[in-house]
Write a protein that binds this ligand. Structure first.
Ligand code: PLP
Length: 386
């Protein structure tokens, strides 16, 4: 049986290059980057090199990069930190209905603490418009947080235009760019982004390491209190090997972006064409062109997404229904519901996300398995009678 991994939006495989760059920091260089001696200095210089690699990848300055424990921590730091820092200036936050739970849950927590949160509605493709953002800004707005690209349907938001509006109104603008960095061009200066979250394991780096870009001049309190690491912006001894792996992975991802995008687009179109020509009554979720190059998401009528995933898994194909964090719950995706899908159609959705190392053979195999799964499940469905 072929094993095909089509769940790269949940996590990616660690690249050989990232692993190799990490090895010395797991085996030989064990110093604490905060230590003054040569052991410490060796670790420190590796951390600072990675900081430059991350900064270069998004058009930031090295001193604007804070290493964190991942995308979730970066998002939490911005939302809880901005609320704390600017609570005397205002209590209103703008976000969207389709954010990752790493943004939505801190926003809900702030509502319990007396903050007001506007959840912008999205169009049928899962996007908000810059005009919607501008109309929602009020005198007491302290933060706009809008994801760069959606993790379920791959829709890319008009980030540069939203950044321009926030700059005009002098409101801090954060974007959860976890799905975007390493996959589409991101430049914090050109796009007027004040704060940005990224996570290494979404671009072939290690898990449990991420970064937060915070524009020079903005000072956020740290979620994690303790030592003076990261210039007092995030306490705790740095995960040196993971930071080095992230640096390698992000540099490679950006350097190879054009090439890997081209490869993934070819595979994505093969997969999309295959699904649309071989399976009846399917609906593409998200925009046909304005989407991440590796994202495919369909609702398949008359069946449950979970049923398809089981069939796929039994045949070695890894896919997902919505985000990894919500699978296990029976609620349909909040993203698909926000896009106007009915519960029934949202329940029948499957997300297949590619990496540049997938092959045409794998896509064809996955298509065969998917077609068979749909035929089998529809034959058992009381709703399907054709
Ligand atoms: C994966 C993901 C996160 C969480 O990042 P972790 O590093 O796994 O904590 C946040 N936001 C988006 C959009 C994601 O895809």
């Amino acid at each position: 049986m072929m094993k095909v991994y089509l769940d790269n939006a949940a996590t990616t495989a660690l690249s050989k290059e990232a692993l190799e760059s990490m090895m010395p920091y797991l085996t030989q260089v064990h110093g604490n980057p905060s230590s003054f001696h040569s052991f410490g200095r060796n670790a420190r210089s590796a951390v600072e090199k990675a900081r430059e690699q991350v900064a270069n990848a998004i058009g930031a300055l090295p001193e604007e990069i804070i290493f964190t424990g991942g995308g979730t921590e970066s998002d939490n730091t911005v939302i809880m930190g901005t609320a704390q820092r600017l609570k005397d200036r205002g209590n209103h936050i703008i976000t969207t209905a389709v954010e990752h739970h790493a943004v939505l849950h801190p926003c809900e927590e702030l509502e319990k603490r007396g903050f007001e949160v506007t959840y912008l509605e999205v169009d049928e493709f899962g996007a908000v418009s810059p005009e919607q953002v501008e109309a929602a800004i009020k005198d007491n707005t302290i933060l706009v947080t809008i994801m760069f690209a959606n993790n379920e349907v791959g829709t890319i938001m008009p980030i540069a235009q939203i950044g321009e509006i926030c700059r005009k109104h002098n409101v801090w603008f954060h974007t959860d760019a976890v799905q975007a960095v390493g996959h589409v061009p991101v430049n914090v200066k050109e796009m007027n982004i004040d704060m940005l979250s990224l996570s290494a394991h979404k671009f072939h780096g290690p898990k449990g390491i991420g970064a937060l870009y915070v524009k020079k001049g903005i000072r956020l309190p740290s979620l994690i209190m303790g030592g003076a690491q990261e210039k007092n912006r995030r306490a705790g001894t740095e995960n040196v090997a993971a930071i080095v792996g992230m640096g390698t992975a992000i540099e490679l991802a950006v350097a190879n972006m054009e090439n890997s995008t081209q490869k993934m687009l070819t595979l994505r179109d093969r997969l999309m064409n295959g699904i649309e020509s071989r399976i009846s009554e399917v609906k593409l979720n998200g925009h046909r062109t304005n989407r991440l190059p590796n994202n495919v998401n369909y609702s398949i009528k008359y069946i449950e997404g979970e049923g398809i995933l089981l069939h796929l898994d039994l045949n070695g194909v890894a896919a997902s229904s919505g985000s990894a964090c919500t699978s296990g719950s029976l609620d349909p995706s909040h993203v698909l519901l926000a896009m106007g899908l009915t519960h029934e159609v949202a329940h029948g959705s499957v997300r297949l996300t590619l990496s540049e190392s997938n092959t045409e053979e794998e896509i064809d195999y996955a298509l065969n398995v998917l077609e068979k799964a749909v035929t089998t499940l529809r034959a058992m469905s009381p709703l399907y009678n054709k």
